[in-house]
Each structure stands twice: as structure tokens, then as C-alpha cells.
Write a protein that binds this ligand. Sequence first.
Ligand SMILES: NC(=O)c1ccc[n+]([C@@H]2O[C@H](COP(=O)([O-])OP(=O)(O)OC[C@H]3O[C@@H](n4cnc5c(N)ncnc54)[C@H](OP(=O)(O)O)[C@@H]3O)[C@@H](O)[C@H]2O)c1
Length: 410
Amino acid sequence: MRNKLKIGLFGFGCVGSGLYEVLNQSGLFNAHIEKIVVKDPAKDRSLPKNQFYYDPDVILEDLEINVVVELIDDAEAAYEIVTKAFKKGKHVVSANKKLIAEHLIELLTLKDEYGVSFLYEASSCASIPVIRNLEEYYNNDSLTGIEGICNGTTNYILTRLNNELRSFEEILKDAQDVGFAETDPTLDIDGFDSKFKLQILILHTFGLITTPQEVLNIGIRHIKEKDILFAKEKGYRIRLVSFARRIEEKIVAYVAPQFVRDSSFAYDINFEFNGVSIEALFSDKQVFIGKGAGSFPTASAVLSDISALQFDYKYEYKKLDECKATLANEAFLRAFVSSSDPESLKQIEFLEVDEEFVSQDYAYKVGTISLSQINHDLYRTHPELFISFFADSEICLHDPTKENKKAVNV
Ligand SMILES: NC(=O)c1ccc[n+]([C@@H]2O[C@H](COP(=O)([O-])OP(=O)(O)OC[C@H]3O[C@@H](n4cnc5c(N)ncnc54)[C@H](OP(=O)(O)O)[C@@H]3O)[C@@H](O)[C@H]2O)c1
């Protein structure tokens, strides 16, 4: 028996208007958008003005509406809408990664308290059906890692930097002109958006709840043309990767640029495309690739959530109860650090240096570093540094250089 879904839609921008179209074309006859709430009464829209409301309570206090679809671009207003919708016994579908990542525990507790469903497939990689797969399909296979290119804006910029060898500032400006980057690009280029998505992926991969403060995000703002040249000469491309891997009972997680080779799933994911690689004990690596943004692709994931609500679908979060792992507060890995000011390379302590180069206006080092010395403050206060890790190098919980020395002494 399918439930009849009476939808209150918040937001009629890129995704909201896409959902309206996609739902009309989908043949999902059990679901109907009853009311739409937006913000700006003066805006011209593709539907007649009398179809829009501006007071959230028009939806939230409507007893007939049983599903709220929240597709607005304001995480704080979304928090008010979603929590009130739960309290009114309404199921919620959202695409808002910032809202979810910042309020994970509270939202999960509240939706349980009021016995409603909260689905958010579009929040992680837009059209790529990763969350429901992590919840359902990989339920019995032990997941060991997840890596994603989860942000179309930075991938677009990095692809063009690789192809055109122009400055970051020039390509960012182009990306803004063609609508692939926001006027304020901070959330994208400093890796916050990728981090919010990673937090959601970590929850559904390992059952671990994290806060934005706990997960490192460093972005691509400080990349230089010489860094791209270095990568090209060595057969790498640079990608901004959302990374989480379980090692013993620790989860190493970060968002950072990575040098990837053609053996990596990320190498051929170009422009605004997203990709996710899931690693499990038995099935090994599997890769999903698809559109990580855009009106119809994102709306397709929202539609899929709405469709699942016909059958009372809820995420079960089984891994939450079983999770024994905690976030690692230390890890060792191979890094590349470059600077236009050679002196400032001293900010990063290398345990072992494999390669280095110094000239008057550019220097780099490649070698093993401890991850704990990289933090948000260092990234913010040293705009001259570009830091990137290597996708093909091992990541360890213990200092591998000490282990090597022990082996030599023996
Ligand atoms: N765009 C994508 O490709 C994409 C992909 C994945 C996830 N998402 C997520 O989807 C959500 C929507 O993104 P979008 O790109 O569709 O944004 P958008 O094009 O900027 O549209 C935002 C919509 O939200 C409405 N709005 C803002 N504050 C509101 C409030 N307080 N009450 C009611 N309505 C309000 C705006 O109203 P007005 O029309 O009156 O201004 C507008 O219709 C965001 O959480 C975003 O992160 C987007």
C-alpha cells in the first residue's frame, strides 16, 4: 500500500523549481506539491504569483501536509523549518548538507522522538545515490573506506587549471562568470562544503557522528601554477578529495587536495562531475560517478527520497549502534607542501624528506608528515602555503619513519 504524500515545498530556486518539473514529469501520482513557500515576494517566477506563500507556518501548521521538502539556501532558516516540521509530525526531505552536518545529533534525536522520517540523498553528491546504498546495500559488508570528489565547483576549477595552466584567481573568476562558483566561494574552495558532505558519508559508512570542528578541511585557495606543473610532470592530477578510512578502530578523515594518478578513480572525474569510491572488505572498490550539482540531477535524488516515503522508508542507522571506531587524532602520510616564500616552508615539520626544491620565489618539499600539525588556523594564516597529500601513498596511525629506523637497527 502506497502512502499519499501531500508536500509542502520550501524553496523554488535551482533545486526547488527542478523538483517541481521532475515531479510533474515523473508519473509519481501519489505525491503532490500542495504549497510552496519562498522568501522574496518581489521575485519573478516561472509559476503564477498566487501559487507562492512567504510564511513558513502556511506549510508547517497545515495538518493535511505530511511531507516537508526543504530546498532553501539558508541553513539557519532551514534548521527552524526542519525542527518544527519534525515536531508537527511531518516527514522531511532535505538537500542541505550544512544543516545536517552542523546539527547531526539533534536532528537524529528529534526525528526519532517524533517518529518521522528524515531523508537527504541529494545532500552528499547530488544525483549520485550513495547514502541509500551505504545504508542498504553495504549493510553486511564491512566498509573500510570512502573517498569522494564531492564538490563540483572545485573540481571544475582544478580541471581547468590542469588544462589551461592559468592562475587560480583567473579560473575562479571564469567559474563565477559561468555560474559554477558563488560570488563568495569560501564554502567551496576552502573545502567546507566537501567536509559537510564527508561528515554525512562518514555517518552512513561507519556509523560515526562527527562535528565540523573535528574534521580537517583544507582547500585549493593557495594553489599555484607551479604546483600544477609539478603534478603534470610527475603524471598526477590534483583533486580536492573528501577522505575517510578505517584503520584498526580509528577513522582517519580529512578534506584536502590530493595528487592522484590515472589508477585512481578521481583522475578522470573532470569539471563539475562528482565521484565516490567505496571500499569494502569483500566487494573491494566500487565507484559511482555522476552530476554533483544542477537543477534536474539534484532534483532526481530528492524525487527518489519522496518516492521512498510512499513506502514508509526510513534510514535505520544500524551502524550507529555497532560503531566502535573513533576519529583518529593522529596519522602519518606523504605530503607536498609548496610556498612562494621558501622561508615559510618551515611551518611544516617533515619527518622524512624525499624531494625538495628551492628558488627565490618558489620552494617545495615532498615527504612524510604528521597530519595533526595541519589545522584550520595554519591553513587560514598561511596563504602562501599549498598543501596536498598523495592518493597512492600509505596512511599510518604510527610514525612510519620510526618503524623504518627500528627495522634498520635490528
Ligand atoms: N544547486 C545545486 O546544484 C545543489 C546540489 C545539491 C544540493 N543543493 C542544496 O539544495 C538547497 C537549495 O539550493 P539551490 O541551489 O536550489 O538554492 P537557490 O537556487 O539559491 O534557491 C534557494 C531558494 O530558497 C528560498 N529561500 C531562502 N531562504 C528562505 C526562507 N527563509 N524561507 C523560504 N524560502 C527561502 C529562496 O527564495 P527566493 O526565491 O524568494 O529567493 C530560493 O527560492 C541548498 O541546501 C543546497 O546546498 C543544491
